[in-house]
Design a protein. Structure first.
Length: 376
């Protein structure tokens, strides 16, 4: 066990790294963040910020020297960086787990290898692959870049083979995956944590609404049946075991209109849809991440209140600050802001959690608060 007082390393300085840092510091750890941005949300609150690129060998050497254990908040940290750090200190999740989640084709092949359903997909490296995909994928389909996509970026909906050729061209002919677009009944996610001995703790299944490919709201408890939630949790646990994963991770699932659970993607880190745990669970996903990294006992994942989480994108800012006073006048709303200076449209700036006696009530308050919040 790595006990409080020790120093933990975080690769990546975004909001997930920031909330990890807060959780770690609350437990009495020191945190060193490595991120190339001088103003990163986590870097500005960490005990130390190493401002360098993720493949800067001198910076990695310094991080390894300073830290008793290192984790990440960002799946696009080069797997070679983690592999290097693994030779020097404790690193979770492993470079090999991360490598399986960095490329959509590799990830979907891995999920399928566990006999877990994914959307019908076809890897696209060249134009010839597009022709081959025709027999496997029905339209409408979505062409997605295989690496570095997030928040729906690098995705183009295609209605025909002709449109796939055009989309491939406009994405710069980088490696892509062509996915069938599924008719969605709902979207859910499972956030879980797995420790060094392989024991898994599951947070309650979350129900998610995306707008323009970006998460808008999460509601817990979800409205899906116990059986369906159970089945999603079993798939997520199997994926964690298959990756020999250590840490907090999430599995995003589609529920099709035919009632099937289909795994969309894996996040090898805490997840936006797990932010409800900050105010509505005994242990947050970030505290659990600290506990897993340090091989401490797992925290209790039980829900303490029905909750709705609403994301705050830069769009809410307009020309001035949102009306925080109005939002905070709701006694059961908990606000979390990430300390980002510039509010750009589509940029995740913060979120709030609404606690209420039931999810309908929480959603009603959340919708009202969201409308009132918008800057003029
Ligand atoms: P993030 O990393 O923020 O989750 P991402 O860029 O990895 O986003 P995806 O999870 O692939 O994006 O897609 C974002 C959203 O777009 C999904 O949550 C879903 O609402 C919709 N979507 C993506 N792929 C499909 C599909 N094959 N069928 C139906 N809807 C889809
Ligand atoms: Mg996603």
């Amino acid at each position: 066990m790595i006990l409080p007082g020790a120093t933990l390393g975080m690769l990546g300085g975004g909001q997930l790294g920031r909330m990890f840092t807060t959780a770690a510091q609350t437990l009495g750890y020191k945190v060193v963040v490595l991120d190339p941005d001088t103003n990163s949300p986590a870097g500005i609150i960490a005990d130390q910020h190493i401002c360098a690129k993720y493949d800067d060998s001198a910076a990695l050497e310094q991080l390894a020297q300073l830290c008793d254990a290192i984790t990440t908040e960002f799946e696009n940290i080069p797997a070679t960086t983690l592999a290097y750090l693994e030779t020097k200190t404790v690193v979770h999740p492993s470079s090999s787990a991360l490598a399986k989640t960095q490329n959509r084709n590799v990830e979907k092949q891995f999920i399928a290898s566990l006999d877990i359903p994914t959307v019908p997909f076809s890897p696209i490296h060249t134009e010839a692959d597009i022709i081959d995909a025709e027999s496997k994928i029905q339209f409408p389909a979505i062409l997605k870049v295989a690496t570095f996509g997030y928040d729906g970026k690098g995705q183009i909906v295609c209605q025909s083979l002709q449109e796939v050729f055009q989309a491939f061209e406009s994405l710069g002919k980088v490696e892509c995956v062509l996915e069938q677009r599924i008719d969605l009944e709902r979207e859910i996610s499972v956030v879980l944590a797995r420790n060094v001995s392989g024991q898994i703790t599951n947070f309650p299944v979350a129900e998610n609404v995306h707008i323009n490919g970006i998460l808008h709201s999460t509601t817990v408890p979800s409205s899906v049946s116990v059986l369906l939630a159970q089945s999603a949790m079993e798939m997520a646990d199997k994926i964690a075991e298959g990756l020999d994963y250590v840490g907090t991770m999430a599995v995003e699932c589609f529920i099709s209109t035919t009632g099937d659970v289909i795994v969309n993607e894996i996040a090898p880190r805490p997840h936006n849809s797990g932010h409800f745990t900050l105010n509505a669970c005994v242990t947050s996903q970030f505290e659990q991440q600290v506990r897993m990294l340090c091989d401490l006992p797992s925290g209790n994942c039980d829900l303490t209140s029905p909750v709705v989480m609403i994301n705050l994108l830069g769009d809410v800012w307009g020309n001035s600050q949102p009306h925080w006073d109005t939002l905070l006048a709701h006694p059961n709303i908990k606000l979390h802001l990430y300390g980002k200076k510039e509010a750009r449209p589509g940029r995740k700036m913060g979120h709030f959690n609404v606690l209420a006696d039931d999810t309908e009530h929480a959603m009603k308050i959340a919708n009202q608060a969201f409308v009132e919040l918008k800057a003029d």
